[in-house]
Ligand binder design. Structure first.
Ligand code: NI
Length: 177
């Protein structure tokens, strides 16, 4: 496994529609392992293949859903060719950032709940029902596969520096996806 370089704007690969994965090859397995390691090292809670300069429909997410446990265990999701198959009408507004748009954070409306289907790393069909932050991360990562960045959807975008100067915002936007 190795850590790959995370590309940032204005690299045009971030704006391309990524290709569907058709074969579950050893190269794909290596890409997935590298993406997991790269996401952890960043650190981030999600990463899409175009962010490591590979225009294929692959995303990884590692996120601990809030629970009654004091330290909920993070869960790893690897999704190939993910698609949103249903979503709530209701949306939730929150702040998000992106490893490919360093130094900024934005306020984005996302569907509150959704169902995503795709394949796991071995090609088996999977379906994920998600809400809240996991739903947000999935939407953010699937957007990356279509060349869409959160700044395209944001109601407002701030420089992280400015935000950090506002003491009441401390702790916000600590997770980059
Ligand atoms: Ni991102």
């Amino acid at each position: 496994m190795s850590i790959r370089e995370i590309i940032t704007l204005p690299n045009s690969i971030l704006r391309k529609k990524a290709r569907k994965v058709r074969a579950f090859t050893p190269e794909l397995q290596m890409l997935i392992d590298d993406m997991i390691e790269t996401m952890r090292e960043a650190p981030g809670v999600g990463l899409a293949a175009p962010q490591v300069n590979v225009s294929q429909r692959v995303i990884v997410i590692e996120f601990a859903e809030p629970s009654d446990d004091e330290e909920p265990a993070p869960k790893l999701y690897v999704l190939i060719n993910p698609e949103i198959v249903r979503h709530s009408k209701e949306t939730t507004t929150d702040q998000e950032g992106c490893l490919s748009v360093p130094g900024y954070v934005g306020e984005v409306d996302r569907f509150s709940t959704l169902t995503v289907k795709g394949r796991n790393r071995h090609g088996k069909p999977v379906r994920i029902k998600a809400k809240d932050w996991l739903a947000r991360i999935l939407q953010h990562e699937i957007d990356h596969l279509d060349g869409v960045l959160y700044i395209d959807r944001a109601n407002q975008v701030w420089r992280l520096e400015e935000l950090e100067q506002q003491a009441n915002e401390a702790g916000a936007a600590s997770e980059a996806i």
